[in-house]
Structure formats: structure tokens, C-alpha cells
Design a protein around this ligand. Structure first.
Ligand code: GDP
Ligand code: MG
Length: 177
């Protein structure tokens, strides 16, 4: 094998969706590059980031797509969802509205994506506990009812971001392998 060449056993497309400013891009920056920036701007020209992880001795490349300011309802195009086998459905625990919009995002996702898509509901900004507007129980119940995985994360503190992606990738892996 040539120097630097990596053997990839699987490539999984995962999409990030949810309202603007909930932290999707920072969750992606944390997972793909272990970075975080307070004044994050929409990345222009880059549609996705990748990171390769090892699951059960296989090399799995996660290709994670981020919306570039298309978070208005129904503005995300079907190309974005095409081929996705996983989805991170993100709200901000300090913004009730971002949680109230989750059913719409879920409906849109289910309308566009494969029916076996693995979905993780993510309540981000768990470091802002003093500003919490969404009780963890509300989200847990919703996730249970809809058959979604659920975790609260902090992209800022790097809490549960890794777990969220690894859970989704492992579940996809178990389905396809
Ligand atoms: P996006 O529009 O969903 O991609 O949101 P961004 O990733 O651009 O984040 C929006 C704002 O929230 C930025 O100012 C981020 O620095 C901030 N942010 C993102 N994640 C967190 C987090 O976990 N905790 C806190 N306190 N702020 C965050
Ligand atoms: Mg963004």
C-alpha cells in the first residue's frame, strides 16, 4: 500500500439538520477536527467534513454534511439528504423554539431520506445549564416515542459529541455489515 493511503471499508453519509445557531457547525468542527470557535461563521464552499474511525476492526469513513445557512423550513434541498444513512437532529437546550421545530425537521428528514436512516436527537449547549429552556425529560420522551437516539452535548466542552457520532456510526455499521 502506498505511503499515506488508507484502506476504507465503509463510507457513511451523515447529515446535520436543525435550526440556525443551534451549534451544528461547531458539533461538526469538534468531531472532525477537535476544534471549537465562539464566533463561528457559515463555512463557504465546503459541503462536508470527514473523519475515519475504526469500528469492529473495520475502517469507517464518516462523511458529515453541514447546512450552509439553508436552515429555513424546506430550504434544504433533496440533494442534501440523498444517500444519507445517518442524521443528527440538533436543537439548542436554551432555545425552546429550536426544540419545538424538531418535529418539522423530522418530518422533512423522513420525507427525503432512506427509511432505515439512523437518527440521533441532540440537545446541544449543555454547558449553558443555567439558561436551560428544554427539560431533558421532554426530549427523552419525544425521542423514545419517535424511535430516535438521544444525547445532550456541548460542542464547547466536548461533552458527548464523540459518543453521539460513534453511537450513530456503530448502529449504521451493525445494519449494513
Ligand atoms: P449552526 O448555525 O447550527 O451551525 O450553529 P454554529 O455552530 O454556527 O453555532 C452558533 C453559535 O453557538 C456560535 O456562536 C457557537 O460558538 C455557539 N455554540 C455552538 N455550540 C455551542 C455549545 O456547545 N455551547 C455554547 N455555549 N455555545 C455553542
Ligand atoms: Mg452552521
Amino acid at each position: 500500500m502506498a505511503a499515506g493511503a488508507e484502506r476504507i471499508d465503509f463510507v457513511f453519509k451523515v447529515v446535520l439538520i436543525g435550526d440556525a445557531a443551534v451549534g451544528k457547525s461547531q458539533i461538526l468542527a469538534r468531531f472532525s477536527r477537535n476544534e471549537f470557535s465562539i464566533d463561528s461563521k457559515a463555512t463557504i464552499g465546503v459541503e462536508f467534513q470527514t473523519r475515519t474511525v475504526v469500528i469492529d476492526h473495520k475502517s469507517v469513513k464518516a462523511q458529515i454534511w453541514d447546512t450552509a445557512g439553508q436552515e429555513r423550513y424546506r430550504a434544504v434541498t433533496s440533494a442534501y439528504y440523498r444517500g444519507a444513512v445517518g442524521a443528527m437532529l440538533v436543537y439548542d437546550i436554551t432555545k425552546r423554539q429550536s426544540f419545538d421545530h424538531i418535529p418539522r425537521w423530522l418530518e422533512e428528514l423522513r420525507g427525503h431520506a432512506d427509511k432505515n436512516i439512523v437518527i440521533m436527537l441532540i440537545g446541544n449547549k449543555s454547558d449553558l445549564e443555567e439558561h436551560r429552556a428544554v427539560p431533558v425529560e421532554d426530549a427523552r420522551e419525544f425521542a423514545q416515542r419517535e424511535g430516535l437516539f438521544f444525547l445532550e452535548t456541548s460542542a464547547l466542552q466536548a461533552t458527548n459529541v464523540e459518543s453521539a457520532f460513534i453511537t450513530v456510526l456503530t448502529e449504521i455499521f451493525n445494519i449494513v455489515s
